[in-house]
Design a protein around this ligand. Structure first.
Ligand code: NDP
Ligand code: MG
Length: 410
């Protein structure tokens, strides 16, 4: 059976990799039965290939138009309406229906002609589309962590009620998902998320005072979009991932641990009640978790290079420094509390990262502003979507106002 795929955020780092993976999968499936490079027989699913039915971008019209010409999807959504005319012009008379506005993301997430929705829009902007895909019972291959942080309970409950499988793409969560298959959910005693430590792994708070945007964007291992790269530098990325794991695997925060593992080969581990630890290892390459989310429950030959353990030589692990990277400590607190606190945590961070990238606040202000919002917020525990979105809006406003006051006082 063909697998029809919608990619939300096809022009981003994950979106582009997803298209590379799909092209390679289709090629490999076409060549099924040939002998592979390493001498094995291809085990491709004879009848399956992956067809792109919808793509989306926000500003990058040129790349979206290129993707439309190449993949010929039925729909293309340009969520920023200011780019609609330019996209129309670039797409010309291709047979693709062009949609626009924030709602267009929701429209393509729930089209009838889809089997898999791959969610790779950065930030809260993808939340409603993720919920729409879950409601439709689609397989949700989810890279975007913010929707799970803001509304993890709602996303998981909606998926469960509508039979939608959720396949994590975030490398740590894909690793946990894979390791979980070695036992039953009630046999898990804890999960251990690994982190490269980002560009400032060995820094102390004093060293971080004058970090520039350029320094924060220079990640030692992963090449990703700007928002997640800054999150990795503040270790907010790991904080968001703790909350993401809390919901994806229904795991209380106290059973989640974080370890710094600079080699980035072990992507995460699951410890079972008998003391067995199952880890997933591979070279750091997002194409692997993207592909697994598409082909699950099968594994197919892919484009990720093979791990040579003799070339890695050694693995190191350390506890994270929760004083320097206070955002991670806050993340654990928020994972314990849940409710609107998680929406505030995420939104304050998104707004602060935007201000940092625009050169309007300093690196350490990001976490200070997130903490300020959490301190001022009265958390609502069993919040619905409206309350979560309201908390999101409130936190963004507070960050912008507080940053402006700080700027004026400097
Ligand atoms: P990018 O910034 O590279 O791409 C983001 C995508 O979202 C682009 O297609 C962009 O369109 C689109 N977009 C941006 N703003 C909006 C908006 N307001 N409405 C609709 N679409 C929008 O991000 P990444 O690919 O790096 O990350 C995507 C998600 O995946 C994030 O949640 C991130 O945390 C997660 N993730 C990423 C990893 C990675 O390796 N990159 C690893 C693990 C998780 P345009 O290009 O037109 O601006
Ligand atoms: Mg990750």
């Amino acid at each position: 059976m063909n697998k029809r795929v919608v990619i939300l955020g096809s022009t981003g780092s994950i979106g582009k990799n997803a298209l590379r993976v799909i092209e390679a999968l289709n090629l490999s499936l076409k060549n099924k039965g040939r002998v592979t490079d390493d001498g094995g027989q291809r085990t491709g699913d004879a009848s399956a290939d992956y067809q792109i039915v919808a793509l989306s971008a926000h500003n990058n019209v040129e790349l979206l138009a290129e993707q439309v010409h190449k993949f010929k999807p039925k729909y293309a959504a340009i969520t920023n309406p200011q780019n609609y005319d330019r996209l129309k012009e670039l797409v010309g008379n291709a047979d693709t229906k062009i949609l626009t506005g924030p709602e267009s993301l929701i429209e393509i997430a729930q089209i009838d002609e889809a089997d898999i929705v791959l969610a790779a829009v950065v930030g809260a902007a993808g939340l409603k589309a993720v919920l729409a895909a879950a409601k439709k019972g689609r397989r949700l291959a989810i890279a975007a962590k913010e929707p799970l942080v803001i509304a993890g309970r709602l996303v998981m409950e909606t998926a469960a009620a509508n039979g939608a499988d959720i396949l994590p793409i975030d490398s740590e969560h894909s690793a946990i998902f894979q390791a979980m298959q070695a036992g039953k959910p009630d046999e898990v005693s804890k999960i251990i998320l690994t982190t490269s430590g980002g560009p400032f792994r060995n820094a102390k708070k004093e060293d971080l005072r004058n970090v520039t945007v350029e320094q924060a964007l220079a990640h030692p291992v992963w090449n990703m979009g700007p928002k997640i790269t800054i999150d990795s530098a503040t270790m907010m990325n790991k904080a968001l991932e703790v909350i993401e794991a809390r919901w994806l695997f229904d795991m209380p925060a106290d059973k989640i641990e974080v370890l710094v593992h600079p080699e980035s080969i072990i992507h995460s581990l699951v410890e079972f009640v008998d003391g067995s630890c199952i880890a997933q290892m591979s070279l750091p390459d997002m194409c692997l978790p993207i592909q697994y989310a598409l082909t699950w429950p099968r594994r197919l030959p892919g484009i990720t290079s093979r791990l040579r353990l003799d070339q890695v030589a050694k693995f190191t692990f350390a506890r994270p420094d929760l004083d320097t990277f206070k955002g991670l400590r806050l993340g654990f607190d928020v994972a314990r509390v849940g409710g609107t606190a998680a929406a505030v945590f995420n939104a304050a961070n998104e707004a602060a990262v935007e201000l940092f990238l625009a050169g309007r606040i300093k690196f350490l202000d990001i976490i200070e502003l997130v903490e300020l919002c959490l301190n001022k917020h009265s958390c609502l525990n069993s919040a619905g979507l409206d309350e979560l979105l309201e908390a999101d809006k409130w936190a963004r406003r507070l960050v912008v106002e507080s940053a402006a006051r700080r700027g004026a006082g400097r």
